[in-house]
Design a protein around this ligand. Structure first.
Ligand code: PHE
Length: 330
């Protein structure tokens, strides 16, 4: 019997203990076999052997149980050690997102005009020919359509080439006076260092009674706006052409890179073109059924503003989703 006491002492796992229990106490185990031997023993021996066997039986059971409890405790401790989580350990920090630089710039533009009491309007990106061209004094075969080639669907539906159709939508659905801006995505068939097929514009439109809106009003607000966006820059208006404004102007700011001295970015001119504007053409008012009103309008490209504010060289990089560029705007 001694060997079983040793075996219990030396057992290293709960599994081993179970094996020993079966070997000693099982149906085919040692104790059953020992008790079976009693049959062949003499009567006085029988009582003595039975007594001894019973003592062993109880003692072995006690040993087995206590060793099992010890091993269970050890195994539990080992498992807790190997499966534990160190809550104080530094984790890999997850990347936190940020607003895209184009959206940041758009927000800043909207912020300025909201403060000036302009309402924010949105149209649709899929527009019809009337809102995008026709009503803006750009009839079917007008050569100015060439500069705004875009993606067409059937039935004269197209991806809008500018935010100007939002002017038409707003005037068709509301009475004057109007004081609105329209930020949003627009589409053209262009792709080079300063053009992408999708980009963003902010349109502005102000309409009031005839004679109440002048070019001076337009000039004042745009100068103030451009100083808000670019700091202490000089602003100049150059005569230009848009079918939907007359007179029309293109607006330049003194180059933000060389402060007007002339550099590579401004092609040595000292000036950077930043937006288009003008007094609303009477044909536009006629197309939407407005009478006895006057107004001004302007439109600008948000990517161009973002590029100049953040000194980004290639407009296309704003759309590549490169984390190295985007991280700089967190
Ligand atoms: N829609 C013109 C463009 O995309 C910009 C513009 C808007 C010019 C309003 C004048 C007035 O080029």
């Amino acid at each position: 019997m001694k060997k079983w006491y040793d075996a219990i002492k030396e057992a290293q796992s709960v599994d081993e203990i179970e094996e020993i229990r079966i070997a000693v106490f099982g149906k085919k185990g040692v104790l059953v076999a020992e008790f079976a031997k009693l049959k062949s023993a003499s009567d006085d021996e029988k009582a003595k052997i039975a007594q001894e066997l019973n003592i062993h039986k109880n003692a072995l059971m006690d040993e087995l149980t206590s060793r099992k409890i010890t091993l269970q405790t050890l195994e539990l401790q080992a498992a807790m050690r190997s499966e534990s989580i160190d809550v104080s350990m530094f984790s890999k920090t997850s990347q936190s997102g940020a607003l895209h630089p184009v959206m940041q710039t758009m927000d800043r533009i909207v912020e300025y005009f909201s403060a000036m009491n302009f309402a924010v309007k949105t149209g649709t990106m899929v527009e019809d020919d009337f809102n995008n061209f026709e009503a803006l004094n750009l009839p079917k075969h007008h050569p100015a359509r060439d500069m705004q080639d875009t993606f067409y669907f059937k039935d004269e539906m197209l991806l809008r080439t500018h935010t100007s159709p939002v002017q038409i939508r707003t005037m068709m659905s509301t009475k004057p006076p109007i004081r609105m801006i329209a930020p949003g995505a627009v589409f053209r068939r262009d792709y080079d260092i300063t053009h992408t097929p999708m980009f963003h514009q902010v349109e502005g439109l102000l309409v009031d009674k005839e004679g109440r809106v002048s070019f001076a009003n337009l000039k004042y607000i745009l100068e103030d706006f451009l100083k808000y966006m670019f700091g202490d820059v000089r602003v100049r208006f150059r005569p230009s052409f848009f079918p939907f404004t007359e007179p029309s102007a293109e607006v330049d700011i003194s180059c933000v890179f060389c402060d007007g001295d002339g550099c590579r970015v401004c092609s040595k001119t000292g000036w950077l073109e930043v937006l288009g504007c003008g007094i609303v053409d009477p044909n536009v008012f006629e197309a939407v059924g407005y009478e006895n009103v006057s107004g001004y309008a302007f439109g600008l490209g948000v990517e161009r503003f973002a590029m100049l504010i953040h000194q980004i060289g290639d407009l296309r990089s704003l759309f590549e989703g490169d984390i190295k560029l985007l991280e700089q705007f967190q």
